[in-house]
Ligand binder design. Structure first.
Ligand code: NAD
Length: 498
């Protein structure tokens, strides 16, 4: 059986006494193993990074950008292979897997412009004969810890910008679908990146703790579930690191009475059930405003959801494939039961779904709940599966407060033809990313990605200029070049430039 190894110093490296199963969720069988490393493997990666990073930081930004250009072309020419590999471990359909790679590549395109993004500020004549300028310098060795649900995009969010800024980056991907992250690192080497600048170490909590405790790692970016994000943020910052930690989500779609309901149903079906609901920007909660809107929406939603095709991830006609593991499938089905026990109306029940010929695959049919109430646990917590919950609101204010008061604040969408309502909503809602008639408002790569409340700990977002800020530190220089005649300056009094 294939074993996925670490990628250290530009080469595949064994190591770690434990292994983790990598499943093929389409057939419900183990297809490979991944080595789980610990402090020893991490130390090897840190040593390689320490050796390589100073020269990389001293390489001029234009040359670093040229490697990003090479990389973009190389990933594009390997797109089919990457998408197939990703789909086989994650279970998302091939077209969606290509999107996963492409949204990461968008960040690589942004990183191609790093010479411009790294330009500092300059003030000539800030005082008599004094100029002030600032520069952004890399942090040194940095790390990223990523979730299973976007095994291409999220690593590239992080390493695209971090590496272009002159850092050495150590990636600890999800142990559930680690093959694509390793391929991405191999392709970086082929693009001309020096060994030791992008490395991959595999593992679970042990490896995460080793990263968080390592003195030579200066910053950690994390994306995953909220409790672990909080833990990573606390332990990492306690150890003096810069940490950004993105967590879970429960995104609401507000449907105003004037919305185009056919469009809404089409958008909701894709945003709630695409990738089997395993997206942090999925739209698993719909909030119709007013009983009439709710009833009309429900009537249109039922046949649209019934018509969804669940299939193997290589089925070009399937809307979505299996969830990632049997354990995750059981968890989602348990949440459906909790919703029923709490008194929500289960309109469509996706449990017990069997795909003919793939009875052992981790498939779940689509589920729809109506009359979900804010007090329910199944509403408060993230389900992360193909389950859409309808929470009815009487008016705009109630809908706004539902999204604003939820513990998560990753994304939200409003569907309306009323510009005033949309503008009011966008300015008042307590959520980090807002869609106006856009169901999945993932910002483009040159803007930045980040939620609020328990969806993100730390204060800088992923990619865009926020990413450049996270992966660099600012140095500010105040200089004068006296002509030798003495300028009467006196440092006994704090300089006031007056
Ligand atoms: P997860 O929290 O289980 O795992 C994320 C990472 O943490 C993995 O690399 C994993 O190995 C590691 N990890 C797991 N258990 C750990 C522990 N006890 N201590 C330390 N590290 C540990 O998340 P997941 O199931 O892989 O991904 C799904 C979650 O990620 C969902 O909650 C989803 O909303 C969230 N997510 C958030 C965003 C965002 O940008 N906010 C994006 C994608 C996914």
């Amino acid at each position: 059986m294939r074993t996925v190894e670490h990628f250290i110093g530009g080469n595949a490296a064994g190591g770690g006494s434990r292994q983790h199963d990598i499943w093929d969720p389409n057939i419900g069988e183990v297809q490979a193993k991944v080595s789980l490393g610990s402090r020893d493997e991490l130390q090897k990666a840190v040593d390689a990074a320490l050796a390589a990073q100073p020269a990389w930081a001293a390489t001029n930004p234009q040359k670093r950008a040229r490697i990003m250009f090479n990389y973009k072309a190389l990933v594009e020419s390997n797109m089919d292979e990457l998408a197939a590999l990703l789909s086989s471990e994650h279970g998302k359909v091939i077209a969606d897997a290509r999107g996963d790679v492409q949204r990461g590549l968008d960040v690589i395109e942004f990183a191609c412009g790093i010479p411009h993004a790294l330009k500092g500020e300059f003030t000539q004549g800030a005082g008599p004969g004094i100029d002030v300028y600032s520069m952004r310098q890399p942090l040194g060795i940095v790390a990223g810890i990523t979730p299973f649900n976007f095994p291409a995009m999220i690593p590239m969010w992080m390493f695209g910008v971090a590496i272009a800024c002159g850092n050495a980056f150590i990636l600890k991907p999800s142990e559930r679908d680690p093959s694509v992250p390793v391929r991405l690192a191999e392709l970086m080497k082929e693009s001309g990146l020096p060994d030791g600048i992008l490395q991959v170490v595999h593992g679970d909590k042990q490896m995460v703790d080793a990263i968080l405790d390592h003195d030579d790692i200066k910053a950690v970016s994390f994306v995953g579930s909220s409790d672990i994000a909080h833990y990573v943020y606390q332990r990492g910052t306690e150890n003096g690191k810069r940490v950004q930690a993105m967590g879970g989500a429960k995104n609401h779609g507000i449907v105003m009475p004037d919305a185009d309901l056919d469009q809404v149903v089409n958008d909701l079906a894709g945003a709630a059930f695409g990738s089997a609901g395993e997206r942090c920007m999925a739209l698993p909660v719909v909030v119709p405003v007013g009983t009439e809107t709710a009833d009309r929406l429900r009537e249109k939603l039922i046949p649209a959801i019934d018509a969804l095709r669940v299939g193997v991830s290589t089925d070009g006609e399937a809307h979505y494939g299996p969830v990632v593991t049997a354990e995750h499938k059981a968890k989602v089905e348990q949440w459906i039961q909790t919703g029923v026990d709490e008194g929500a109306e289960l309109v469509l029940d996706g449990r017990g779904f069997k795909l003919q010929g793939h009875e052992k695959g981790f498939f779940i049919g689509p589920s729809l709940f109506d009359h979900v109430k804010p007090g329910m646990e199944s509403y408060r917590e993230e389900i992360f599966g193909p389950v859409l919950q309808m929470v009815r609101a009487d008016n705009f204010e109630e809908a706004l407060s539902l999204a604003s008061n939820h513990q998560y604040g990753n994304g939200v969408a409003i569907f309306t033809r009323n510009g005033h309502a949309a503008r009011e909503f966008a300015s008042r809602v307590e959520v980090g990313m807002v869609g106006i008639n856009v169901p999945i408002p993932v910002p483009v790569a040159y803007h930045s990605f980040g939620g609020w409340k328990r969806s993100a700990f730390g204060d800088t977002n992923q990619h865009g200029m926020e990413g450049v800020k996270f992966w660099t530190k600012v140095k500010t220089v105040t200089q004068r070049w006296p002509d030798g005649g003495g300028d009467g300056s006196n440092a006994f009094v704090i300089p006031t430039m007056g």
